[in-house]
Structures are given as C-alpha cells and as structure tokens.
Unconditional design. Structure first.
Length: 245
C-alpha cells in the first residue's frame, strides 16, 4: 500500500478540521437558539402563572381591606402587605425582562431597541441615541433576537470598558442585509485588555451571527471610540435539520 504524499495528508487534515469546525459552529448556533426558546418559555410562565397569581392576590387584598374594621394597626398591616405584593410583582416583571424581552415579540425590533437604549442612557447618565428605519420591518425572530443581544452586549461593554459619555445605536437595512452598529466615543478597543475584547459574550454573538449567515466585528473609530457591528442576511437561512440521537 502506497504512503499518501505529504500534500495529500495535509489536505485531508485541513478538510477534517474544516468539517469539525463547521459541525461545532452549527451545534453552538443550534444550542443558542434552543437557549433562547427556553428563556422565552420561562418568561412566559413567570408572566402567566406567577404574575397572574400576584395580581389576583392584590385584588383580593384590596377587597378584604375594604371590609376590615378601620383600625390603624390592621390598616398599617394591610398597607405593608400591599407594598410587599407590589415589590414581588415588580421583581417578577424585571426577571421576565431580564430573561426575555417580550416587546421584541409583541411590538417589534424598533420598540425593543428604543426602550433598551433609552433606559440605558437614563440609568447610567450617558447620552444614548438610537437611529432606526422608518418602517418596522418584519425580521425573523432569530434575527431580532440577535440584534437585541448585540445591543445589550455593546451597551454592557460601553459601561464596563469604554469610559464613554455618548453611545449611538444605528439600525439600517436594504433588500439584502440588516446592519446594526453600536458605537461610542470611549477609549477604543485598543485600550481594552484581551479578556474584555475576547469575552464569551462577544464570542457567542459572533457564533450566533455566523449561524444566521452573517458576521460580527469590533473595530476602532477614527479618532476615538469603538464600533460593534453585526450584519445579517435579510432572508433567513434555512437551519440544518435536526438529526435524531
């Protein structure tokens, strides 16, 4: 049996590595999509079950309070119970939003991004602006999630590393691509440490973009600042079929 030439051996190794890399990338993309679905279902359960129960308890407590003797001690205790219930309701709502932003599903990408950027600027005293297309295009849900996660990660990096006073989120599209950029006037990616630039959040975003047929990049802006950009194909690519096992 003849021994393969070195060139053939190298080509076979490269082929196997490429196939293995593609398989791992597809698996990671599938896992991220499943993770999104699980978070969405969990948030819905928190809303439908716990949220509804807390609201019902608040209504029952209000009716009970109206029928109780007008004693100060009892009125103070019921007021404390109402406050406690409202705190639980608000905490439950915050948890739901942290797990899954339902505005993305019910109101669309524009509403979700507008609220996210506005709340970020107000909470951290940073000038935060958002520029969106006039029409709210019906992006596939996986694309909308990727755009929202990109903005979330970009804002986290601005807050943690950029030392910026301004941030702009720009969403645009054409017949072929969806383009979103998060840019700031901070210190720039060259001054981040390697751990910040290669953090798992960005790596997952990059894999998510590639799984959807797009790309993600982090680059310095002329003069000062950083741009985090994701580009996705306008038409959703068909995901590989699940295999049993």
């Amino acid at each position: 049996m003849s021994t393969p030439a070195p060139e053939q051996f190298d080509a076979e190794i490269e082929r196997r590595v490429a196939e293995r890399t593609a398989d791992l990338s597809e698996l990671l993309g599938h896992m991220v999509t499943c993770w999104d679905d699980e978070r969405r279902q969990l948030a819905r359960k928190l809303h439908d079950s716990l949220g509804s129960s807390m609201t019902a308890l608040t209504m029952h407590l209000s009716l009970l309070t109206q029928q109780m003797p007008q004693e100060k001690v009892l009125q103070n205790r019921t007021a404390q119970m109402k406050t406690l219930l409202m705190n639980i309701i608000n905490t439950n709502r915050d948890m739901q939003l942290a797990i899954w932003n339902d505005k993305l599903e019910f109101l669309g990408v524009k509403a979700a991004l507008t609220e996210l950027v506005s709340e970020f600027g107000a909470e951290h005293n940073i000038v935060a602006r958002v520029s969106l297309p006039e029409e709210d295009a019906g992006y596939p849900r996986e694309h909308g999630v990727a755009l929202l996660r990109t903005v979330e990660e970009g804002l986290r990096n601005v807050l943690a590393h950029a030392q910026a006073s301004e941030v702009d989120v720009v969403l645009d599209d054409n017949d072929e691509e969806i383009m979103l950029t998060v840019r700031d006037n901070g210190v720039g990616p060259g001054n981040y440490d390697r751990k910040a630039r290669d953090c798992h959040g960005l790596r997952l975003l990059r894999e998510r973009a590639q799984y959807l047929g797009g790309s993600l990049s982090v680059s310095p802006l002329p003069g000062r600042g950083t741009a985090l950009a994701i580009i996705l194909p306008r038409e959703q690519q068909e995901a590989p079929a699940d295999t049993p096992g």
